[in-house]
Design a protein around this ligand. Structure first.
Ligand code: NAD
Length: 258
């Protein structure tokens, strides 16, 4: 089958997505599968409908190097290659602050977020890099408005630290892996998803109140949904973005001009 851009490949394009069971990742998996990709997904949970012709699930933790190697192995063995790695699985800190947290709690939450949101990305990139270099593929990571902002977005210091660090991961990988592999990112503002804290609390519980806050915070007055940002990942992997690496698309309602 040919790619949607008309370039001939011997097989359909193949992606690995982490955190694909919910929210942004779930929308990315659906968008890729609907546009000719076969997708191997790593998540700590899998949906009830499970594997399909286009999507294979690997249940595991992004903090585990073997789980990252495992999902890449599934892509290679089941689908015959790898063209795109999407690092997306993440957790939030629930707005923890330096003044109100105990020392042990602050350390525990920060270490947990760095482990999932940063080390998880590194381990995924490490697992995927050899196959992507062979296919001239690319990586796309989910960053956040918290990769830039430090106040007003509901995030605390641990999430800011993790998402700023993840921006550093993207920039370093882009420089390190050029010209073999392009590395880009999508940094959304508030999107109502199942996003959770270390303790499993939902960040977007009480969605009406939170969406009003998100809307009031950004110049465009928008609250985007996961399905709106999902095509940006596919765009960054496409030949239309052949000249882009180290780039971050920011669907955040214009926070840069706030
Ligand atoms: P979500 O909770 O709906 O989806 C996150 C997925 O990651 C879940 O399926 C979860 O099971 C999985 N996951 C979490 N920890 C994991 C682990 N250790 N191992 C394997 N899988 C794990 O939340 P979401 O909002 O879709 O979050 C996706 C990404 O988007 C995260 O990196 C988040 O920080 C980022 N983000 C979200 C928003 C937002 O407003 N929702 C904004 C900017 C960035």
């Amino acid at each position: 089958m040919g790619r949607e851009d008309g370039r001939r490949v011997e097989r359909e394009p193949v992606a690995v997505v982490t955190g694909g069971a919910s929210g942004i990742g779930r929308a990315v998996v659906a968008d890729l599968a609907a546009h000719g990709y076969r997708v191997a997904v790593l998540d700590r949970e899998a949906p009830a409908d499970g594997d399909s012709d286009r999507v294979r699930w690997v249940v595991g933790d992004v903090r585990d190097p073997d789980a990252n190697d495992g999902v890449v192995d599934v892509a290679l063995s089941r689908f015959g290659g790898l063209d795109l790695f999407v690092g997306n699985a993440g957790v939030h800190d629930g707005g923890i602050g330096i003044r109100d947290a105990g020392g042990a709690e602050l350390a525990e939450v920060t270490r947990y977020l760095l482990d999932v949101d940063v080390v998880g990305y590194l381990l995924g990139a490490r697992a995927a890099v050899r196959a992507l270099a062979g296919s001239k593929g690319s990586m796309v990571f989910t960053l956040s408005d918290a990769s830039y902002l430090v106040r007003g977005n509901g995030a605390g210091i641990a999430y800011a630290a993790a998402k700023h660090a993840a921006l550093g991961v993207v920039r370093h990988l882009a420089a390190d892996l050029a010209p073999a592999v392009r590395v880009n990112a999508v940094a959304p503002g508030g999107i109502v998803t199942g996003l959770r804290t270390m303790d499993g609390l939902r960040v977007f519980a009480g969605a009406d109140e939170i969406t009003a806050t998100v809307r009031a915070f950004n110049p465009l007055g928008v609250v985007l949904c996961a399905e709106q940002v999902a095509p940006l990942y596919r765009f960054l992997a496409s030949p239309a973005a052949e000249g882009m690496t180290g780039e971050v698309l920011r669907p955040d309602g214009g926070l840069t001009v706030r």
